[in-house]
Design a protein around this ligand. Sequence first.
Ligand code: FAD
Length: 408
Amino acid sequence: MATCDVLVIGAGPGGGSAALHAARAGLSVMIVEADPGVGVPVHCGECLSHLAVENLGLEIPEEVIALDCKGIRVIFPDGTDKLLTEPGYVLEKHLFEKWLIDEATKAGAELFLNHRVKEMNRNFNSNNDFSNWTIDGVGNAFPIECKAVIDASGVSGAAAKILDMGTEVEVIAGFQYEMHEVDNDGYLDFYLWPEYSPHGYVWMIPKAGGRANVGLVTTEKKGAIRYLNKFIEDTYLRDKPTENPPWRKEGIKVRPFGGTIPISGPREITTGDGLILVGDAAGFTSPLFEGGSHLALWSGREAAMTITKAITEGDLSDKRLQSYAKAWKKRFPPYAKILKGKTALYRLTDKQLSNMAHCLPKELASMSPMDKVVIGFKILVRHPFLYLKGVISVLLSFGYSRAKHFGW
Ligand SMILES: Cc1cc2nc3c(=O)[nH]c(=O)nc-3n(C[C@H](O)[C@H](O)[C@H](O)COP(=O)(O)OP(=O)(O)OC[C@H]3O[C@@H](n4cnc5c(N)ncnc54)[C@H](O)[C@@H]3O)c2cc1C
């Protein structure tokens, strides 16, 4: 039977980061990935802040960067726009994920493609304490015996499902087209425009050479593509060509790509005996704009560090691994506050959204406490009704969606 210290389920950003750091710490690591390749199909708008890259100490190569960008421009229904200037990258995400996994394998991790985990069984010693795992699934390397599992299986949440951990995750659908001949000034455009994406937003995420991801998230799962097509039809994007992204096989009809994103917040339980959940599998996404790569990379590294220490101490019990849950709770943004703001945001009409925007300064990323008091006063005088609609919590949730708070 194949054996290792740590089995990582999934080769996305969470799994790549976990495998890299566990292998660098000297553990034997196996990564099992259900898909035949790493990083494809892409299910991401592909943006990642400079801060995320710095936080993780990643030295990403040029070829994974599609654009070095200045930040995010938030556009309101009447065309008013505000800036969240925090630099970042638009990635070629499939190349980024492949690079990350290559770094992990260079550090000693082994990658097994076309390997889907289906069964997870804990083994116990004579004192009835957890000793290790036997993991089974589809793929030649199974069954695998390992001391610990890091579940980085994304929104599908393999471990939570297989082990019936009793926490459900709510999701939102996101889709995008690759469009061409789209100019950019270095900002990513996020449109808060309920007409085109109820309970969500539309994005234009540019890449060098006129390429751009144009997409949306909305709770209207069935109508998502229809809303996206309508947005393109009604805006300056109307006459721009839509192509398949380069990672898709040639000859396939042009169609959008995307997936689902957890939106109900971190799972209540993110550890178990010999087990840590990371990234989307743990429900870690920033709830307003749904960025999850930074959170996945950070939690993957934290999981690897926790398990490395726990193996050294010879204690992989849930109690020992709880230090991981403590760590992410301390670092990650206040989920409930962002969600409160998001709920209030989606209760505003187009007109109210624009009225709120008129009271904000052009640059939202560098507001002093005094600026915030002035804005509060302006809104109170000009649109007192907006106070009752919870507009202050909306503004707070913008603040907590910045890169600084793991927003992207
Ligand atoms: C449309 C869209 C746009 C987005 N835009 C952004 C953005 O611009 N910036 C950002 O930061 N975030 C964005 N996100 C969110 C981001 O993509 C995710 O948060 C991030 O990919 C999570 O990484 P992960 O490693 O946890 O999971 P994933 O990237 O989903 O990786 C999980 C991997 O596990 C594999 N797997 C699943 N089950 C099994 C199993 N049983 N056995 C073996 N392998 C398995 C899957 O095949 C997959 O490769 C977007 C998401 C969507 C859907």
